[in-house]
Design a protein. Structure first.
Length: 239
């Protein structure tokens, strides 16, 4: 029909114009690989970033824990040093206490020896209950330093074995007091005279000396223990 009318027979189906390829097409193998596995790669990168963040957090936490541990150790060392200083202070005071006790007992022992060297009651006093000589002997033994020791025993008499030591000291204190008070009294005024009881002089002196010697030995032992404590090196502050 188109030929009848003199038309040229052209293709009636319209041709689809070619699309211009505006998208990027990877031609290199590496980029093709990346383009093909980009989802997996992105996931792996995200995972790596998460691992790195966790690692950084753990490392920071470890540093903080280490710093806290160092502070704790330093505080513990400082506390130990403070306790050691206090222990040494008490040891020095205990040493001074035992020095004073040893000196007081030494004075008692010396007084007993001096009392034994005094003239005993003579023949004229042998038939009498009291005598001037006995009075001199009884007044010769003093309780030097006992007042200070009584106060010191309140602080240092409560440790291991301190109760026994305190009891022995108080017994000796009373023994010397009774020994000196065994004198006669004026029947009119009731005042003590310069006459002492003759009976039991030697025995009482022996008893006083034995107690003083025992306490002196314990004082020497206590001094040695304190010296041993003070000889130890002070705890070092360095880690």
């Amino acid at each position: 029909m188109s030929a009848a009318y003199g038309w040229h027979d052209h293709e009636t189906t319209p041709r689809t114009p070619e699309r211009s390829n505006t998208l990027y097409e990877a031609t290199e193998p590496l980029w093709q690989f990346i383009e093909h596995w980009q989802t997996l790669i992105a996931g792996l990168l995200a995972l790596a970033a998460g691992v790195a963040a966790v690692w950084a957090t753990i490392k920071s936490a470890n540093r903080e824990v280490a710093a806290a541990q160092e502070l704790t150790k330093a505080a513990q060392r400082q506390t130990a040093v403070v306790r050691e200083i206090e222990r040494r202070r008490v040891a020095r005071e205990r040493y001074a206490f035992h020095v004073m006790l040893e000196a007081a007992m030494g004075a008692v022992i010396a007084d007993v020896e001096a009392a034994r060297n005094l003239p005993p009651p003579g023949r004229l006093a042998a038939g009498n209950t009291y005598s001037v000589q006995a009075y001199a002997v009884r007044q010769r033994v003093k309780r030097t330093g006992f007042t200070e020791l009584r106060s010191a025993f309140l602080h240092f008499g409560g440790g291991p074995g301190g109760g026994v030591l305190t009891a022995q000291f108080l017994r000796l204190d009373k023994e010397i007091e009774v020994f000196a008070e065994q004198t006669s009294f004026n029947s009119t005024t009731g005042a003590p005279t310069s006459l002492g009881l003759n009976a039991g002089l030697s025995e009482q002196l022996d008893c006083i000396a034995k107690q003083a010697i025992k306490l002196c030995g314990k004082a020497v032992t206590g001094m040695k223990l304190c010296r041993d404590e003070l000889a130890d090196d002070l705890i070092n502050l360095e880690p």
